[in-house]
Structures are given as C-alpha cells and as structure tokens.
Design a protein around this ligand. Structure first.
Ligand code: 3EB
Length: 340
C-alpha cells in the first residue's frame, strides 16, 4: 500500500478506485462519466446506465428508500479498458460467473436459484466453490470485497436460521483463504425471488485486511452464533489505498447491542465505523469521496436515520435500501467506501 515511508512499491499502484451512487431524477447528483466496470442497480425498475462501453450489470432486488423511489445505481469506475465475459464450472447443474475486468480489478457475479441447488446451504456451497475455482484461474486472485444478497435471511430457528445455513455453505465452498478474507456484506431481500446473489471485487495484487478493535473478528465468533463462523474481514485496504468497510452493525465484542432501539444501534454502528479512521488514506484529494450504504430493516425509520447521518457525515454520499439484517435483533447495517 501507499506509505509515507518513502519506500518504492514493488509494483506500480493501480489508479484509484472510484465509486458513485447515481440517483435518477434526484437533483444534486451530477451525471457521471468515464468507463464503468460494474453497475449495481437497486429496485425493481432500475434506470438505464449511461455508458456505451462493455459493463457488468448486477440487478439486486433491494428497494431504494428515497421518497418516491427513484432508480438507483452504484457505479464502480474502471481504471482502463474494460473486458467482459462469462465462465462456467463443469458441474452437473452449472454455475455461471459473469465478469468484467480492467488491467487491475475484476468485478464478478454469481446468481443461483435455491430451488435448483437444494436450499440455501447447498446453494451457498456451490456458489462459493465456484468463486474459489473461478478466482484461481481468473488472474485476479485476491478477493477484496464481497456482497451476499438472499431471501428471508432470518427465517428458521437456532442453527437452522437461513443466515447461519448460508454461513455453513459459504465456509465449506470457499475453504481456507490463506491470503485473508475479503470485506463483505450479507443481508436479506424483503421480497422473495429465490436467488442467492454473490458479487465481488478482486485484484491482481493483495489488499490488506483489517479487524475492528471494538469487535471480535467474525471468523472467531463463538459457537452461539452458529456452527460455522462468517468468513469476512471487518474492512480491507485495497491496493490503491481505498478503504472498503464491511457491513457494520450494532455489535460490540460479538454481542448485539440495543435490541429494539434503532437510533441507539445507529450510534453504536457509527462508533464501530469510527474505529477505521486511522486507516483512511493519507493521499486523499478534494475529489475523494466517502460513500455510505445503509441497510434499513424498517423503512419507516429511514428519515430519522438519514437526518442523524447527514449531521455526522455532511459531505458523504449516503444511500438507503430496505433489507433484513443477519441477526433478527439488528435493525440496520452500514457499509462504506472511503476513496483514496
Ligand atoms: C456482523 O458484524 C453483522 O456474513 O458476510 C456483516 C458483514 C455481517 C458481513 C457476512 C455479516 C457479514 O456479524 C453481520
């Protein structure tokens, strides 16, 4: 990573990762230009993506929470020419990976129908086994950031809860990751479409995983949270020095805090996010942005949450989407990209 020590980096640093939220029909967000690697589109009627170049489009069934729900897209800009493609494993029920890459970064997605793979555990196992095999031969060996969107994340009791079953399948499919885990998000859609959607950002050179001093590492959670621990890092510094913060909730140590009080959960979550302040890149410019995505269980709470967050992060770009969080007592989760 870029450092102030004056050492020469072993390889040239990739150009900075740039991310933007594009809100159609909302003033104050200028149209964005430049080659795009991937567009993640929210809502059931996503708007057009304004690019003529090859691009990976990922439509997620999470609804934006911005008043009269305009179309919302999250754009990951490319650092050079973009190539797109598809890859398939040889399994009897094949798993397809759609991807786009430039010289430094790769974005990819797997979408599997749970009904074809025998439930959430096996679907997650198939998806992650495919991630592993694809990554090994892709030329972009290092997982930086992963998102997992699924149906009914809190359905089922105890170890049968679907999130915990997902964690079992993910752990089995992915196996050991000696390079370290990526940062991640795992949340639930609020309307069923039977699809497990896994998408990720990877690179040719490794990032640097970070843990949160206020929290037990998820991969060391005690048994009470499920038979297989979640396999993600709390945050990761990408090769360009961009800080990718995982979905962060009101958890201290390994215990959920402030059950049934969304505003208290918000304050705790913000304290957790603040742990990463020492890792914000020193090479930031006036163009560097902070992007926050807030997953809100009860859409009626959006305005109160938004008012407080705009106070705390007046210059940040903040979007809100409706989602269920992976523990039923958790009412919100926030992920962030702090550009280098
Ligand atoms: C937590 O801290 C809240 O399973 O990939 C946050 C981010 C959470 C990622 C995952 C889960 C995941 O345990 C839940």
């Amino acid at each position: 990573m870029r450092s102030s020590s004056g050492e020469q980096p072993a390889q040239p640093l990739p150009a900075a990762l740039r991310v933007a939220y594009q809100l159609h029909g909302v003033s104050g967000h200028a149209p964005l230009t430049g080659p795009v690697l991937a567009a993640i589109r929210f809502g059931s009627n996503p708007g057009p993506v304004t690019t003529g170049a090859p691009i990976l489009t990922i439509d997620v069934g999470l609804d934006p929470l911005h008043g009269p729900a305009p179309a919302l897209a999250e754009l990951w800009f490319a650092t050079g020419a973009v190539h797109t493609g598809r890859w398939s494993d040889g399994a009897s029920v094949p798993t397809q990976v759609r991807y786009a890459h430039d010289e430094h970064y790769l974005f990819a997605v797997i979408e599997l129908d749970e009904r074809e793979h025998g439930g959430i555990l096996l679907t997650a196992e198939h998806a992650y086994a495919a991630v592993r095999r694809f990554q090994q031969q892709s030329g972009f060996a290092h997982l930086l950031r992963m998102w997992n969107y699924m149906d009914a994340i809190n359905e089922g009791a105890g170890d049968m809860e679907r999130y915990r079953q997902f964690c079992v399948g993910r752990g089995r499919g992915l196996g050991e990751v000696p390079q370290g885990y990526p940062s991640a998000t795992a949340v639930g859609r609020q309307r069923s479409d039977h699809i497990l959607q896994v998408f990720w950002l990877a690179s040719k050179v490794p990032g640097r995983a970070l843990e949160n001093p206020r929290q037990v590492s998820a991969y060391h959670y005690p048994r009470i949270h499920g038979p297989v621990s979640p396999t993600f890092a709390r945050a990761l510094i990408a090769p360009d020095d961009c800080l990718l913060i995982s979905g962060t909730a009101s958890i201290v140590g390994h215990v959920s805090q402030h059950h049934d009080d969304v505003m208290a959960q918000l304050e705790e979550t913000v304290r957790n996010l603040s742990s990463f302040a020492p890792h914000i890149s020193r090479s930031r410019t006036a163009d560097s942005k902070d992007l926050l995505k807030v997953y809100v269980r009860d859409p009626a709470m959006t305005d109160a949450i938004a008012a407080r967050l705009r106070e705390l992060y007046p210059t940040g770009d903040i979007i809100f989407v409706a989602a269920d969080i992976c523990r039923r007592e958790l009412l919100l989760e926030i992920e962030a990209v702090l550009e280098a």
